[in-house]
Design a protein around this ligand. Structure first.
Ligand code: 13P
Ligand code: SF4
Length: 308
């Protein structure tokens, strides 16, 4: 019988996860084998909610740093581990707390909404947090007046358009989603004329204009489950295609661009999950004075507009 290395590694992870009383959370962009072993997979909103509700002692976060930080903010009594310490999100690092404070001084009457793809310090400076799944609802729920929206300009423009609100945008962007071009969508449509084009709001505006549906990764999974279409062009990080194919074996999924790979999401491997559980690394903590302030903006997101 063929010796299956991955199976042995997964068995080892199962033993360790029981010993440590750990729960493994994986984002929809994680490598397929990591999604398959996780206790829970989902989008940023689903993972935040799950992190806040688990009774495990340890959360192993297979994703990027801001996600593990969010779990640490929501679950202060738990040990939160990120299996690769260099798995960051370039977009989250495009605005610092000091830059946001300066922006707040420029617009002293504005409320601040930060995308969850941000550092704990930036969340601490914000009134509300949001994910791509609930950004429109969060912004719509706010009283009249100007709103500062950081750090993603592309999600921000999508929210401004859907809500008609006056948003002060920060020029942050996702280094992976901007690799998907207008020409990619046109070429994919030419090849698969019957396919539905789903794009993530982090994509550029010309790409979003060509899409049929603008959805977070979790919303893409829900949309496809209900759709009668058989073919889908997927304009987001290609890791989601693993989950889409698994949940919808009868349908066909085509990446809008095979370049849409987030190198940080792909830094998590089976070996690193083992090392993480064995050596309890890399623990993600947030200083208490930042944590309590960041928690307020996250509470509004998790409790006021919970995942459906
Ligand atoms: P969602 O899974 O919430 O759609 O987020 C996309 C993303 O880029 C996370 O880093
Ligand atoms: Fe950050 Fe983009 Fe990677 Fe998401 S896909 S973690 S926004 S770089």
């Amino acid at each position: 019988m063929k010796y299956d290395m991955n199976e042995r590694l997964v068995e080892k992870i199962d033993r360790l996860r029981k010993q440590r009383r750990a729960v493994i959370l994986a984002h929809n962009y994680q490598p397929g084998e990591i999604q398959d072993l996780a206790d829970f997979t989902g989008d940023s909103l689903g993972l935040s909610v799950r992190a806040s509700k688990t009774d495990a002692d340890v959360i192993v976060f297979c994703g990027v740093r801001f996600m593990a930080e969010t779990a640490a903010i929501l679950s202060p009594g738990k040990t939160v581990l990120l299996p690769e310490k260099a798995a960051g999100c370039p977009m989250a690092d495009m605005i610092t707390a000091e830059q946001l404070r300066r922006l707040k001084r420029e617009y002293p009457d504005a409320l601040v909404v930060c995308y969850v793809n941000s550092t704990a310090e930036v969340k601490a400076e914000s009134d509300y947090c949001c994910t791509s799944a609930n950004a429109v609802e969060i912004v719509s729920s706010l009283p009249d007046g100007r709103i500062i929206f950081v750090p993603d300009q592309h999600l921000g423009r999508f929210v401004a358009e859907r809500t008609g609100r006056d948003l002060v945008l920060w020029p942050g962007y996702c280094t992976t989603h901007i690799l998907i071009t207008e020409d990619d969508i046109k070429a994919a449509r030419g090849k698969y004329p019957d396919a539905v084009v789903m794009a993530h709001p982090e994509c550029s505006e010309p790409v979003k204009e060509l899409a049929d549906e603008l959805l977070s990764t979790g919303q893409m999974l829900k949309f496809v489950a209900k759709s009668t279409a058989q073919q889908f062009i997927v304009a987001t990080e290609i890791g989601i295609i693993h989950a889409l194919r698994k949940q919808n074996p009868q349908a066909e999924f085509y990446p809008a661009s095979t370049r849409a790979v987030c190198p940080n999401m792909k830094k998590i491997t089976l070996d690193k999950v083992i090392a993480s559980l064995e050596d309890m690394q890399y623990e993600i903590t947030v200083p208490e004075q930042i944590r309590t302030r960041a928690r307020k903006s996250l509470d509004r997101m998790v409790e006021v507009l919970p995942a459906r």
